[in-house]
Ligand binder design. Structure first.
Ligand SMILES: NC(=O)c1ccc[n+]([C@@H]2O[C@H](COP(=O)([O-])OP(=O)(O)OC[C@H]3O[C@@H](n4cnc5c(N)ncnc54)[C@H](O)[C@@H]3O)[C@@H](O)[C@H]2O)c1
Length: 373
């Protein structure tokens, strides 16, 4: 039996997320072999390479591309760095997974997509929620008509701010600077969740505020540092029109210390699908309210195959998605067309705030460009 090809992977951005997620879990990805790390802070690149037991570490994308032989770049740098790094990697013939957002505008994401296509390369983007069993199962139940006609989706993905609970060695101030912010860091999750279930949206409206204009770091190496956080909103209620009588809302931002509300609920005329997170558990499971007329039963229940724990799952499966899309020559689940639509919503939101109007969206994604396995 022939051995599976090993795809050589380099990680750029040796920060909090790469350290907690990608470094420990990359061994779980079939066909992946980490060969190099890279960060503009040399000590971080070196430390991550040592943790991974590999010899190669670099201090810039240019040095990495010039000196290292690899196939796939995982871009986990801070948000403003993504576009330039992704473009350089694609131009050098590397497949790319990018942390979100790939770029702040539809125009720049489109440039990355066009370059990937021209170079015959695959590219995908965080977040990963569409790959979760709970999302796939909910989509299947909706397709099968379990809750009837879907009318409404409500989602909340928020936390207390990157300075609040996420232990990090790096100064979290950059999250509050223009080009980053709560919408691009957190809103992207909620928008990914709802558009995965409902498909692309047609229009967006929003209520937003800068609710906490000063913050104090509560964990990590910068514990106690004061941050001026008044340049961007940190608190959003986003409303979406999906057409065909279906609407949705996303609560997101950096103003939620804790919650007991479900991550997401989908309402149909025969019932409800609720994405419930148990305390301390970030991965939601499904509970379904079922009341189809004529069946003589009504009530809450759990889908049978979700009575067991969700199958082993980690954020690094974004890399599995990319490798599968290369090997099977299919679009990724976490496709760039899906991602560009979410960037479209995020790029339109400041204009909706400014004008106080619901504004139309101009991008979409479909079954052809986004694998729905
Ligand atoms: N998917 C998720 O659930 C999730 C969760 C947290 C963070 N993130 C995302 O991950 C990314 C990184 O976040 P983080 O929390 O790890 O931030 P961080 O500040 O801890 O790490 C970012 C790292 O990128 C490095 N970097 C910045 N510019 C660079 C460049 N030009 N070249 C090389 N390295 C560079 C920094 O030195 C730093 O080490 C962000 O896009 C963030 O939105 C995703």
């Amino acid at each position: 039996m022939s051995e599976q090809k090993k795809w050589k992977v380099a990680i750029i951005g040796c920060g909090s997320f790469a350290g907690h997620q990608y470094l420990p879990d990359i061994v779980k990805v079939k066909g992946a072999q980490l060969v190099a790390t890279c960060d503009i802070q040399p000590e971080r690149a070196k430390a991550y390479a040592e943790r991974a037991g590999i010899g190669q570490w670099y201090t810039s994308i240019d040095e990495l591309l010039a000196k290292c032989d690899f196939d796939i770049l995982m871009d986990a740098t801070s948000i403003p760095a993504h576009h330039e790094i992704n473009m350089k990697a694609l131009a050098a013939g590397k497949h790319v997974f990018t942390q979100k957002p790939a770029a702040p505008t539809v125009e720049l994401v489109t440039r990355q997509m066009a370059l990937a296509e021209k170079m015959h390369l695959k590219m995908n983007a965080a977040p990963v929620h569409a790959m979760r069993h709970s999302n796939r199962k909910a989509r299947q139940m909706i397709r099968d008509g379990v809750i009837g006609k879907v009318t409404t989706i409500r989602c909340q993905v928020a936390h207390g701010g990157p300075e609040y609970f996420q232990y990090r060695e790096n100064d979290p101030s950059w999250f509050y600077e223009p080009g980053s912010g709560a919408l691009y860091d957190m809103g992207v999750h909620g928008l990914h969740y709802v558009t995965d279930i409902m498909g692309p949206a047609k229009a967006v409206g929003v209520m937003a505020a800068c609710s906490l204009p000063q913050r104090t770091v509560r964990t990590g190496a910068f514990d106690g540092k004061r941050i001026q956080s008044d340049l961007l909103p940190d608190n959003y209620i986003i409303t979406l029109d999906f057409g065909n009588g279906a609407i949705g809302e996303v609560y997101t931002g950096f103003c939620q210390r804790a919650t007991k509300m479900p991550t997401m609920e989908v309402y149909g005329d025969w019932g409800t699908i609720s994405f419930v997170s148990d305390p301390g558990e970030v991965r939601p499971h499904l509970e379904v309210y079922y009341d189809k007329p004529g069946n003589g039963i009504a009530g809450w229940m759990r889908p049978r195959d979700l009575l067991e724990r969700e199958k082993p799952y980690c954020d690094t499966f974004c890399l599995q998605d990319l490798i599968d899309s290369i090997e099977k020559d299919r679009p990724p689940v976490l496709s760039m067309a899906r991602h560009r639509h979410i960037v479209d919503i995020m790029e339109t939101i400041p204009k909706a705030i400014e004008s106080g109007k619901v504004l139309p969206l101009h991008t979409s994604f479909s079954e052809e460009d986004t694998c729905r396995e």
